[in-house]
Design a protein around this ligand. Structure first.
Ligand SMILES: [Zn+2]
Length: 176
């Protein structure tokens, strides 16, 4: 168990090809634990394994958002697929742990249904609406290498790059 460093864009590791889980073993459980600890440390509603530099097809979602109680552990989605999305859409600002302090307006389906496996390899389906649908589709995008900056034009993308580079330098200075 450990809090891991979150990979910040434009780090190329966020674009690496992801790989499905084939054996549901202790390694997968250990990755889950690191993702959980990192998600809580960063106050995220969700996190994908690729965001800590691991290409495994897994993401976690905040338990309350996923319809459980606050004291439940985050819900793991392994080898997920999007099986359905609504035609109705929603527009809202979206954040991402790999884009600290950046918010981008993204239009997404209002509802989405995801099929995935849990930590024991059991298949399940979950349908989300509003913020939950947004979170599911955002995390799923990470597994296909798609990122928030892919929703903006080249000018805005340059602005974000500068802002994140400046932030990285400030953090380095603060760390001495
Ligand atoms: Zn993200």
């Amino acid at each position: 168990m450990a809090v891991r460093d979150v990979v910040v864009w434009p780090d190329e590791r966020l674009r690496q090809k992801t790989v499905p889980v084939t054996s549901f073993d202790d390694k997968v459980r250990a990755l889950y634990n690191d993702l959980r600890d990192t998600m809580y440390a960063e106050n995220g509603l969700g996190i994908a394994a690729i965001q800590i530099g691991d290409p495994t097809q897994m993401f976690l979602v905040d338990p309350k958002l996923a319809g459980r109680t606050e004291s439940d552990p985050p819900v793991a989605f392994i080898n997920p697929e999007v099986v359905w999305t609504s035609d109705e859409t929603q527009k809202s600002d979206e954040g991402c742990l790999s884009f600290p302090e950046i918010y981008i307006q993204v239009e997404r389906p209002m509802r989405a249904r995801i099929r995935a496996k849990d930590l024991d390899g059991r298949e399940f389906e979950i349908e989300g609406e509003g913020l939950m649908a947004r979170c599911l589709l955002h995390e799923f995008d990470h597994l296909t290498g798609k990122l928030l900056v892919d929703f903006v034009g080249p000018l805005k993308r340059q602005m974000i790059k500068k802002k994140l580079a400046r932030r990285g330098r400030d953090e380095e200075e603060a760390a001495g």
